[in-house]
Design a binder for this molecule. Structure first.
Ligand SMILES: Nc1ncnc2c1ncn2[C@@H]1O[C@H](COP(=O)(O)OP(=O)(O)O)[C@@H](O)[C@H]1O
Ligand SMILES: [Mg+2]
Length: 446
């Protein structure tokens, strides 16, 4: 890595900077001598920080150099940041508005806030210091990173996913990407944001409790995972929930939850565990509900089969731009399974598995909303038929660029209403029931 170091020789590093870096290293070593690591690890993050700051404060006033209050505070902060493992990245992780942290070598640190990437004035002293941070992260999960394993996925103790790739594969220096957990929203909070209205919330709540199979559909970043998480909060305590995800993001509140996550192949290309493997395995785990983070391939067939054979009340997301698009996506994805099922049979499978599609849309104003709730009313091998029961109807944009639309509510197919009633759920007054299918806001979809 010496050529790299030469390239990043930092002309702006002042001797003061060097001196501070030396002090940080010295005090970090002293601090580690003073504290009891086992005891520390039992403390919550905020308490750990407070404890380290106190011990360090004593150390510096006892034997330290003469420093201004500002210098002293800065020194304490840097030493503690490093001791806690993430060094200069620690403040970025504490910043709730940061969703992703990207380190491209010691001098280039970027963050994503509200979907926008910006460079931040954070830097590591050297390649070595960055590598130390990386090594602390990966060794905490018993992995190592070196020339023979130059790519590693890991997880911080707080749950964030970390990817590391180092030279010679990364030409710009040790590279670290940390994906923060996006914050979760309850349905109440989504209601406050006007992402959906109270009648739709009540309907979806009744459907989840009544064990409807729900597909949340939308584009990337439209809020599928966020809504899935909020909806799963309505599953009654005491049911056995199994979640299957490619990259675990869901944060369920219930006690009885088993979380499964896929695993990429190792360096020899072995040991890969797919969403499909996990969905199949989870059928042998006596689930009351199966939640699949996002279906992307052949596992869709397994999920649909599970949904239509007793594991009702399941939830999943799919990447699609409309409710009818979601159905054709599911059909295409299911056909990617190595189990060959005729296309018409997949149609049947979807008709009997899927009860409702919640379509998310981003408005012209950028707001994320439930654009439509559509009930799948077709059966057997009939062409798909969707009945719109709730929809957001945008009005022309206001002067301030916001979309002052309104949520509309329509009649439910009689069968849907009966199923809710049977489960002891009352239908929110805004909806009504269609005595005859002609009274539905219904459309065919191929
Ligand atoms: N209704 C909402 N209002 C505001 N922000 C939201 C909403 N839903 C999701 N977000 C935010 O949008 C980002 C993408 O959401 P996410 O659920 O991961 O989308 P998807 O799963 O569709 O890719 C996250 O940062 C999330 O916190
Ligand atoms: Mg998602």
């Amino acid at each position: 890595m010496s050529s790299l170091r030469a390239r990043i020789a930092a002309p702006e590093e002042t001797s003061g900077h060097h001196q501070e870096t030396r002090l940080v290293a010295a005090y970090r070593a002293k601090l580690l001598e003073e504290i009891d690591l086992a005891e520390m690890s039992a403390l919550a993050m905020a308490d750990r920080r407070a404890r380290l700051e106190r011990v360090l404060g004593h150390l510096i006033s006892r034997e330290g150099p003469v420093l201004s209050t500002r210098e002293r505070d800065r020194l304490i902060r840097r030493v503690v940041d490093e001791a806690l493992g993430l060094g200069v990245l620690e403040p970025l992780l504490e910043d709730a508005s940061v969703t992703e942290i990207m380190v491209n070598g010691p001098d280039h640190v970027y963050v994503e806030r509200a979907g926008r990437v910006e460079q931040v004035a954070v830097r590591f002293a050297s390649d070595e210091q960055l590598m130390q941070t990386i090594e602390r992260i990966v060794s905490a999960v018993n992995r190592r990173v070196d020339e023979s394993t130059p790519m590693v996925d890991a997880r911080l103790p707080t749950g964030e996913r970390v990817n590391v790739i180092i030279p010679p594969l990364a030409l710009t220096g040790p590279t670290l990407t940390i994906r923060r957990f996006p914050r979760t929203y309850t349905l109440g909070e989504l209601l406050e944001l006007r992402s959906l209205d109270e009648h739709t919330v009540m309907l979806l709540a009744a459907m989840v409790r009544a064990r409807f199979n729900v597909i949340v559909s939308g584009a990337t970043g439209s809020g599928k995972t966020t809504l899935l998480n909020a909806l799963s909060g309505l599953i009654p305590e005491g049911e056995r929930i199994i979640t299957v995800e490619d990259a675990a993001e869901l944060q369920l509140q219930q006690e009885h939850v088993v979380r499964l996550e896929t695993r990429p192949p190792n360096i020899e290309g072995k040991g890969r565990i797919t969403v499909r493997d996990l969905v199949r395995n989870c059928l042998r785990m006596r689930p009351d509900r199966i939640i699949v983070g996002e279906v992307r391939g052949g596992e869709t067939l397994d999920m649909l089969q599970a949904m239509s054979t007793g594991h009702d009340g399941s939830l999943a997301t799919v990447h699609a731009n409309s409710a009818e698009d979601a159905l054709t996506r599911l059909q295409t994805l299911a056909s990617m399974s190595e189990v060959r099922v005729p296309f018409e049979a997949l149609h049947d499978q979807i008709n009997s598995a899927v009860d409702v599609i919640v379509q998310l849309a981003r408005g012209a104003d950028g707001a994320r909303r439930v654009g439509e709730v559509a009930v799948l009313s077709s059966r057997g091998r009939e062409p798909f038929r969707l009945a719109t029961v709730s929809r957001f109807r945008p009005a022309p944009a206001g002067a301030d660029g916001t979309v002052p639309g309104a949520f509309e509510h329509h009649r439910l197919p009689r069968r849907t209403a009966e199923r809710l009633a049977l489960a002891g759920e009352s239908l929110p007054a805004a909806f009504g029931v269609a005595a005859d299918d002609h009274l539905l806001i219904s459309r065919k979809a191929e």
